[in-house]
Design a protein around this ligand. Structure first.
Ligand code: SF4
Length: 330
């Protein structure tokens, strides 16, 4: 088996909160608190969970938009969490991002031509002015936008078209991994499907790996290879798409999936309504972080934190109940 493209080992990001006299930092938001996973070349891993669970922080840590508190982020065998700036430059080319709101991530004063040319120039990818022009125009073809639109500015496009520009800008750097941070969440349903189809086509064409960060499990179900479920800064379950949607093992995954509509008209899942709110990441519960809302909680859950353990050939679950349950054969 070839080594993974991306490895995230025990990643932690704790943000200091200014409290107390003279704004001293005496508390921390435990946004990501020990997260590990891998992504293979050409694979889509979806990171899902409710708003505030830490999934976007994981994405931003991989992009090294800030320094991490602890852990390792390894791209193709090389650590990027503490990489030297000269190494980091190449790493940045290899990992690109598509954000939720293309309008705020695209410079409104720049024409599309310049938006797409910028990463090509920055990373020295074009051999000549002609090569630059060829690359820019072919990016428009790749994301299925008309070449005539190269001279327009972002406000002249619809939301879906702007997201295509955001994808083209990411592709301009010839990346191996794209972090899609809620990349389709702000779009209408039909446009969402078009952008997801485009991402899948590009993945096949360029062998891209995708980290697809989303709270929308209905979209994830149609486009991912594997799913990692996050709750309050931790991964609670990881499994291939088929296993997780057919037989979720963690009580939180079951509750999340119970809210996903079934494709058959009129068909319904039995909704699992969780009591209470997600606890504060400043003061997460002791033991299992989900114990304050779990319908299956028992005494041990309030004291001891469950670890991710194998529940099937490719399925990992962090729940004490799994110790008693037989692992599935897949
Ligand atoms: Fe629920 Fe306990 Fe499992 Fe946590 S460890 S998910 S509280 S049963």
């Amino acid at each position: 088996m070839s080594p993974p493209l991306l490895q995230v080992n025990d990643l932690k990001k704790h943000f200091p909160v200014k409290t107390g006299l003279f704004g001293r930092k005496s508390e921390f938001v435990y946004a990501v608190d020990g997260v590990s996973f891998e992504i293979a070349r050409g694979e889509t891993l979806s990171l899902v969970g409710e708003s505030g669970c830490g999934k976007s922080t994981v994405g931003r840590a991989i992009l090294r938009l800030f320094d991490i508190t602890a852990g390792q982020v390894i791209l193709d065998g090389q650590r990027i969490d503490d990489a030297h700036p000269s190494t980091m430059r190449q790493m940045r080319r290899r990992v690109q991002v598509v954000f939720q709101d293309p309008f705020s991530s695209l410079n409104p004063r720049m024409r599309v031509r310049d938006i797409l040319a910028e990463p090509i120039r920055n990373f020295g990818l074009a051999k000549s002015a002609e090569d630059l022009e060829v690359r820019v125009t072919s990016l428009m073809d790749t994301v299925r936008l008309p070449r005539e639109a190269l001279n327009r500015r972002p406000h002249e496009f619809s939301g879906g078209q702007r997201q295509r520009i955001g994808i083209a800008r990411a592709l301009a750097a010839e990346p191996e991994l794209i972090v899609c941070d809620e990349a389709v969440s702000a779009l209408d349903v039909s446009v969402k499907a078009q952008i997801v189809n485009l991402l899948q086509d590009l993945q096949r064409e360029f062998g891209l790996a995708l980290l697809f960060i989303s709270h929308d499990l209905a979209i994830v179900e149609h486009m991912t290879h594997r799913v990692a479920v996050m709750y309050l800064g931790k991964i609670v379950e990881v499994a291939p798409r088929r296993e997780i949607f057919a037989a979720p093992r963690h009580p939180y995954t079951r509750a999340l999936l119970s809210a996903v509509p079934l494709p058959e008209p009129g068909a319904q899942r039995n909704p699992i309504i969780l009591k209470g709110d997600v606890p504060s990441p400043i003061n997460p519960p002791r033991g299992c972080r989900f114990h304050t809302r779990c319908p299956l909680v028992f005494d041990r859950c309030r004291i001891e934190e469950p670890v991710l353990r194998a529940a099937g050939p490719e399925q990992l679950v962090a729940c004490h109940l799994e110790e008693a349950a037989p692992a599935t054969s897949g």
